[in-house]
Ligand binder design. Sequence first.
Ligand code: SF4
Length: 322
Amino acid sequence: MYEPQNPAKRANNFQGTEEVEIVIAPNAGACFGVVRAIKLGHQAAKRSKDETVQAFGPLVHNPKTIEELEGAGVEIVNDPDEIRDGTVILRSHGVKQEIEAEFKRRGVKVVDATCPLVKKPQRIASSLGKKGYFLILVGNSEHPEVKGVLSYFGRPDYLVTYSVKDIERVPAATKVGILAQTTIEFKVLDEIHKAALARFEEVVLYNTICDATSVRQDEATILSQKADVMVVVGGKNSSNTTKLVKICKGYQPDTYWIEDKQEINPNWFTGKKKIGITGGASTPQEYVDEVGTYIARLIESGFDMAIPNPESSPIEEAYGTD
Ligand code: SF4
């Protein structure tokens, strides 16, 4: 296998020692919750013998990983009514509690791949609901994690928002609990918290933003301020990758979002000296590293695709020889 002379390095900054530098953010790629969900999925498939193994919704927000799980025998099902026997794996960002209860009632074996950091807002929401708080859940109302957390809150007194302006819509004189979807930006949570403090007498804040997300966001901020071009690797359906793209674009308009190295356009790197790469928390680290190696090969070839070992070269597969 041809390896480039000047491969991509994992670092927080560009060293300025090479003519062209490719730097991958140190923590770019899968977090422990995703690694755990993928592992549980493969283990369930191995143990199943002839029983059906289904995952309710995509186990992780990364199409390539989902393909691998499907190859191992895990069927991805979006309709809970289709899950009636065998084993079901619950995705890392959680499901509504009534759906999990229904699976159990049907006698389906439940493998709970919900990340422990998603379990936390579920538990807090349940407690706030019982204590009569109005819940402000900072996040995206369409995201499965948010729907899951709301099911634990169990009452209609809530607002799901990503905008500080919505705080005006919360009824006055209520005690308010604020929770965050794990993948949001801290800045948004902070703004909403400050607006709530100015309006309500009792405000309790639970910063349930996942560290994995904020670490990746901080690293993306640092790299994209220094890079001439940024590549973000991650599923187009991944919320945390969407945030990384937004952050990178804010500092470096030449930011490209790919799910796989095959989507890379060599023209992105023409004349660029500092190439930054990051990846969402739902993207296995090896995919991110593969992108770094791929770009290094591309640059060493002088963008002419005349790369050694063409048979195993993904560049040949992607762009042909013309
Ligand atoms: S991003 Fe955070 S909350 Fe989500 S699965 Fe990973 S570790 Fe868990």
